[in-house]
Write a protein that binds this ligand. Structure first.
Ligand code: DP6
Length: 346
């Protein structure tokens, strides 16, 4: 018998950034973060988890057709935790099939460039954890699953939810309170849109995992960011979302991105994620807002040069028009950009 379950998980783009680990083994962050989940019809990972006694002895994972190494500590932590939850169910009800002892075969597909700073690990680990949890028919809540996904990749914990999602850093040493919670569903602010400008679909230079460890070890600016800047931005961002206050949302989003990239520059040796193309995008957004006389568009960049611009649907023409007319002529942009809706996770 082959048992199997399939699911999809969306990409999320942080507006308050996670950058820094206080415990690399349990993947516990040095600050809380907040993201907006993008529509699954645009950007998502689709994953099927299967288990069977006919699968041989080694668990396996295929991503976009290529075999991945599953022996790493992160994937192992996810497998181990999910198996032990299933084993507890089986112990409580001996009539259940012993799936926890069977070899796992995971098949995943992304419909966007992997590791190009487009949060592929977020959707990837969220889908992996959800698919195995579904396969094992675990009664776990999304917040409980978020603690497992977090151990795969920090940002993945936020992709278990749709809409506006916070990752509370927590304070427990064992990570039991470092989890994702929904701040508001997408339907609360349904006209929010994201425009993704792909400056480069290549794999990024410095991985976020390695980059943030160097930042924690070397940047003095980082300490101020984690202790003072981010707590303030979290408070303001939660208020902006609750009030659907785009001006505040946009201002904090841009200042957060700038603070994060300043911290990268303050890392030794420095980490450069933004390039000339990214800076051109920042200038276009500034021009759009200047022309409007208020903040109607907000840029943000993760660990790569690609730009995500948040705006409200009613400003689509102004925002997309300015970007197309200016960036259409900027060398380095691979795509004209893609408009995606924000959405609730399935
Ligand atoms: C800049 O979640 O990829 O996108 O936990 O080491 O897997 P690991 O890091 P990852 O880092 C994401 C960093 C970021 C900001 C964010 O998404 O909050």
């Amino acid at each position: 018998t082959v048992y199997q379950a399939s699911t999809t998980a969306p990409v999320n783009i942080a507006v308050v950034k996670y950058w820094g680990k206080r415990d690399p083994k349990l993947n516990l962050p040095t600050n809380s973060s907040l993201s907006v989940t993008l529509s699954q019809s645009d950007l998502r990972t689709h994953t099927t988890a299967a288990c069977s006694s006919t699968f041989g002895s080694d668990d396996s994972l295929l991503l976009n057709g290529s075999p991945q190494d599953v022996s790493g500590a992160r994937t192992q932590a996810c497998f181990r935790e999910l198996r032990s939850l299933r084993a507890a169910l089986e112990a409580a009800d001996p009539s259940l099939p012993k799936l926890s002892t069977l070899t796992l075969k995971i098949v995943s597909e992304n419909n966007f460039p992997t590791a190009a700073g487009l949060a592929s690990s977020a959707a990837g680990f969220a889908a992996l954890v959800r698919a195995i949890a579904d396969l094992y028919q675990l009664p776990a809540t999304k917040t409980e699953l978020s603690k497992i996904a977090r151990q795969g990749s920090g940002s993945a914990c936020r992709s278990l939810f749709g809409g506006y999602v916070a990752w509370d850093m927590g304070s427990a040493a064992d990570g039991s309170d470092s989890q994702a919670v929904e701040i508001a569903p997408a339907s609360h602010w349904p006209n929010m849109r994201a425009l993704i400008l792909v400056a480069s679909a290549e794999k990024k230079g410095v991985s976020s995992t390695a980059g943030m460890q160097t930042t924690v070890a070397t940047s003095e600016l980082f300490q101020r960011r984690a202790e003072i800047v981010v707590p303030k931005h979290m408070e303001q961002m939660i208020k902006a979302v609750k009030d659907k206050d785009f001006e505040l949302f946009g201002k904090v989003t841009m200042m957060e991105s700038n603070s994060f990239h300043a911290t990268c520059l303050d890392t030794f040796p420095p980490i450069f994620y933004l390039n000339d193309t990214s800076r051109a995008a920042i200038r276009v957004v500034e021009a759009i807002n200047e022309k409007a006389g208020k903040i109607i568009a907000a840029y943000t960049f993760d660990a790569g040069p690609n730009c995500v611009i948040y705006f409200e649907e009613e400003h689509m023409a102004e925002v997309a028009g300015a970007i197309k007319s200016v960036l259409g002529s900027v060398e380095g942009w691979e795509g004209k950009g893609e408009e995606v809706k924000t959405s609730d996770a399935a």
